[in-house]
Design a protein around this ligand. Structure first.
Ligand SMILES: Nc1ncnc2c1ncn2[C@@H]1O[C@H](COP(=O)(O)OP(=O)(O)OP(=O)(O)O)[C@@H](O)[C@H]1O
Length: 359
């Protein structure tokens, strides 16, 4: 079931929560809606679900206009961050709930419900918890049961709003890999709201980046990370260093370093900003590298196999963040408080009016 959001607007008093958004979610795809708090992700998801009405614009499921359909008629399944299971019901009863409350004529037989619930519980790998109560499960297990419950009614569309938001980092990471594998099995069109860029990049087929109610970028996870559409997306998807750059005839110059910027072929002497990720900064222990800038190592932090450095160049107020493998750091013999030489090896330049190119 594909979903189409067509020129949707939503205001709360004079606050614009969703600003003229048009998106198409393809059948069977898992899409992440990614953005900072307050960017309108949840509001958009609620509009798709039918829990909220848009001021203007239409929602279509598989080409059919559902804008005025009640939530119960849209065939959507939900999992929310705090989607509490019914405490007084066992896991089995929770998952069976959506089927047992159906009117008699649509209700499957008892045997059929049992078969279906057990099938779903084994899909989420929790069939052994069928007779437990929610308080006897971990947070991660509860969210998997919430997902099984959402799937029990065979939704055409699955909507997940920060489903792992309340869990600790390790469980979160495990569950998102699990969700990816599960989605590969069931292929239901799914929209997943998150403000965690790593989660979005790892789980989804497609990432929609939102900011202030608008869509900033709509592409594959690789594209969003490797080719951010604008400075907002660049900053939102991880740490970044900014350098002044002069763009001239397909070349971006950061100090004495010249980096190819073929998209700026034909541009003359434009001033822009070069965005350089910490792992795109080369670090040396000596000065014999063309164009390298001298910097003082202000902070060294070791994070597992990676070393993060904070450096200050002679003529910059801003710190430069660099990241390198621990073995490389050791081989260089750098020390906190000592000198280093740094050189950007890749950048993406944005001109002040947001004209874009790769370096
Ligand atoms: N019912 C409401 N009444 C008034 N303002 C609302 C209402 N619902 C949402 N908003 C506002 O609309 C904006 C967008 O909210 P929304 O929940 O969609 O953002 P979000 O991107 O999902 O953020 P978060 O990640 O914090 O949940 C917020 O500023 C919020 O305060």
């Amino acid at each position: 079931m594909s979903i189409e959001i067509d020129h949707v607007n939503k205001h709360f008093r004079d606050f614009v929560a969703v600003d003229n958004v048009s998106l198409t979610f393809r059948e069977g795809e898992l899409t992440a809606l990614l953005g900072p708090s307050g960017s309108g992700k949840t509001t958009l998801l609620r509009i798709v679900a039918g829990l909220e009405q848009p001021d203007t614009g239409r929602i279509r499921f598989h080409g059919e206009d559902t804008t005025d359909l009640h939530v119960s008629q849209r065939g959507v399944g939900f999992v929310f961050q705090h989607y509490a299971l019914f405490k007084h019901m066992t896991v089995f009863q929770n998952v069976a709930y959506g089927l047992t409350v159906r009117p008699r004529r649509n209700r499957p037989s008892k045997a059929e419900i049992t078969r279906k619930v057990m099938e779903l519980l084994s899909l989420v790998q929790l069939d052994w918890t069928a007779h437990r109560y929610p308080h006897q499960l971990s947070g991660g297990q509860r969210q998997r049961i919430a997902l099984a419950r959402a799937l029990a009614v065979e939704p055409k569309v699955l909507l997940l709003d920060e489903p792992f938001g309340a869990l600790d980092a390790k469980v979160r990471a495990e569950l998102r890999r699990w969700l990816r594998r599960l989605h590969d099995e069931i292929h239901v069109t799914s929209i997943f709201v998150t403000h965690d860029q790593e989660e979005a990049l790892e789980v989804s087929d497609r990432v929609v980046v939102m900011n202030q109610g608008r869509v900033e970028q709509d592409s594959s996870p690789e594209e969003v990370y490797d080719h951010p559409a604008n400075p907002f997306v660049y900053r939102f998807l991880g740490n970044v260093n900014l350098f002044h750059a002069r763009v001239h005839d397909g070349v971006a110059r950061i100090g004495d370093v010249a980096l190819p910027a073929p998209e700026f072929e034909g541009y003359q002497n434009e001033q822009g900003q070069a965005y350089v990720r910490p792992h795109e900064i080369e670090v040396f222990a000596d000065r014999n590298h063309q164009g390298a800038l001298r910097a003082k190592v202000e902070l060294v932090s070791v994070v597992g196999p990676t070393v993060r450095l904070e450096l200050r160049t002679d003529n910059s107020e801003d710190l430069v963040h660099a990241e390198l493998p621990k073995h490389r750091f050791r081989a260089l013999g750098l020390t906190q408080g000592g000198n280093a030489w740094i050189r950007p090896i890749h950048s993406r330049v944005f001109l002040p009016d947001s004209r874009v190119a790769n370096g």
